[in-house]
Write a protein that binds this ligand. Structure first.
Ligand SMILES: [Zn+2]
Length: 288
């Protein structure tokens, strides 16, 4: 077992300060703009909904190409410079499979913020967005027709899901890698906790094991249902120590750190869902 060599490594107790989360910093309109700039080949940065220097530079390039005032401000003329892509603002038409553009990109980002990501942010309403819309509609108690009309947009205007039950850290060593939120051209639906291969992973709260097996990009995954629609997920494990159907207490070892599935190195991808919506796990965990 390749994990053995790592088990002997001394455990380094590291703590990374958690900066307060500024969820409001992500602007779906800015994300849609970034998708438009990306489509035009003017922007290669992350689709993160934040107007940083790279986005500013891309806006100015677009304005220079369109021979309008190069001021970095996105007004009607700058939007028009994006052509067909920017024709519809979100809410101007019901969105469904086959639509594309600014409004679709904006919808896609809002769905992700609410815990229903749909692949790469590309502003194209395909099967992935259709599935995300239907899952969100089910979550919000709406008709699941895959059409993002006024009722769906209104529900997306509400804050993301509240977390009914607090959780404990699943590892004894708290190093936080990638956080919940935009990552590259996609949305990262959990937090990554890097740790040496073979490090024990503990259940964050008592509950019933509802999944213990391979699941695509998650690799070996354990999912524990805690009640009130809340579930915690432990992904990329090298070994699983629990079976589906068993009830476990908080702090029970569910498996060992690995890099199975879509993982570049050993870490725990820790995801928390509330009635199907992925929420920021840091909101459920004690602050460091
Ligand atoms: Zn991850």
């Amino acid at each position: 077992m390749r994990t053995r060599a790592f088990l002997a490594l001394p455990v380094m107790l590291l703590a990374v300060a958690v900066t307060p989360l500024a969820a409001a910093a992500w602007d779906p309109g800015v994300a849609a703009l970034q998708v438009g700039l990306h489509t035009r080949g003017l922007y290669a940065g992350p689709i993160d909904g934040i107007t940083g220097p790279a986005t500013q530079k891309a806006i100015r390039k677009l304005q220079a190409h369109a021979r309008i005032a190069v001021d970095g401000v996105v007004g009607p003329k700058t939007r028009r410079a994006l052509g067909h892509f920017a024709r519809h603002r979100l809410g101007q038409r019901p969105l469904h499979i086959g639509n594309a553009g600014w409004d679709v990109a904006s919808l896609q980002f809002q769905l992700a913020e609410h815990g229903f990501p749909s692949g790469s942010f590309d502003g194209i309403f395909g099967p992935h967005i259709d599935a995300a819309v239907r899952r969100f509609q089910e979550y919000a108690g709406l008709k699941t027709d895959g059409v993002a009309g006024p009722a769906t947009l209104k529900a997306l205007g509400k804050p993301p899901a509240a977390i009914p039950l607090p959780l404990a850290w699943p590892l004894t060593v708290h190093v936080i890698g990638d956080r919940f939120g935009p990552r590259g051209e996609r949305w990262h639906a959990g937090i990554d906790l890097p740790a040496p291969l073979g490090t024990p992973v503990y259940s964050a709260r008592a509950g019933e094991v509802v999944w213990a097996g391979w699941r695509g990009d998650y690799g070996f995954l354990v999912t524990v249902a805690h009640g009130h629609g809340e579930r915690s997920m432990y992904a990329h494990l090298s070994r699983m120590d629990v079976r589906v159907g068993v009830w476990i207490g908080a702090g029970v070892r569910v498996g060992l750190i690995g890099a199975t599935g879509d993982a570049t190195g050993p870490h725990l991808h820790f995801e928390v869902r509330v009635h199907g919506a992925a929420v920021d796990p840091l909101r459920a965990l004690p602050s460091l």
